[in-house]
Design a protein around this ligand. Structure first.
Ligand SMILES: [Zn+2]
Length: 199
């Protein structure tokens, strides 16, 4: 395989300069050095802290459908301390999905799957209409999301080690509610993986 096949002409998603060669084809090595890598390896996994330039990249991914962001972060996510049999994206509500046109957690899960070869199952659904949580306090978030998720394909979950995938881990409320639903469906254990964690 020629060098150009491995590295199609690409620009760095952070500084927009053309990449001739870098460890990751979507970001130049100089910008890779600026990424806020986390060292913590216990609990909910995330390769990055929710800090610049990751914050801006996640917003571009979430609201402008920039799929290259998912492709750039996927190798970092796949390198996290995970031991799982199935990747499960956090679902959007049907209304939000219609509005946005795609579920960013599903896109992420698919990119992690390409690298890890672990299958993706959209096993969860949102059954309760919830409101945006950005400005809510913890107790409000918990009330907002209580009972919001249900497992629609129990067979994909029962007896399995599953990995919940989302873009950002903020207070853990979403992850906790999804985990509850997955454990009710008899998942053997539930781990969590996001691009970034708010510290
Ligand atoms: Zn760059």
């Amino acid at each position: 395989m020629s060098f150009n096949e491995i590295f199609p002409n690409h620009t760095c998603i952070v500084c927009k300069t053309e990449i001739n060669k870098s460890k990751n084809p979507y970001i130049c090595d100089a910008c890779t050095e600026t990424l806020p890598l986390r060292k913590e390896t216990v609990g909910a996994q995330a390769p990055f802290s929710y800090k610049s330039p990751i914050t801006e990249l996640i917003l571009r991914f979430k609201y402008n459908a920039e799929g290259d962001v998912a492709k750039m972060v996927a190798p970092f996510m796949a390198d996290c301390n995970i031991d799982t049999q199935v990747l499960i994206p956090v679902p959007l509500s049907p209304e939000r999905l219609k509005q946005r046109g795609y579920n960013q957690a599903l896109l992420l899960a698919k990119e992690v799957s390409v690298i890890s070869k672990i299958p993706v199952k959209e096993a969860l659904v949102r059954v309760k209409k919830t409101t945006a949580q950005k400005h809510m306090r913890l107790e409000e978030r918990q009330r907002n999301l209580a009972g919001a998720f249900r497992v629609k394909s129990p067979k994909a979950v029962r007896g399995k080690r599953v990995l919940l995938i989302d873009d950002v881990y903020t207070t853990g409320t979403t992850a906790t509610e999804c985990t509850r639903a997955l454990l009710r469906a008899k998942a053997a254990n539930v781990q969590v993986l996001t691009i970034a964690r708010v510290e």
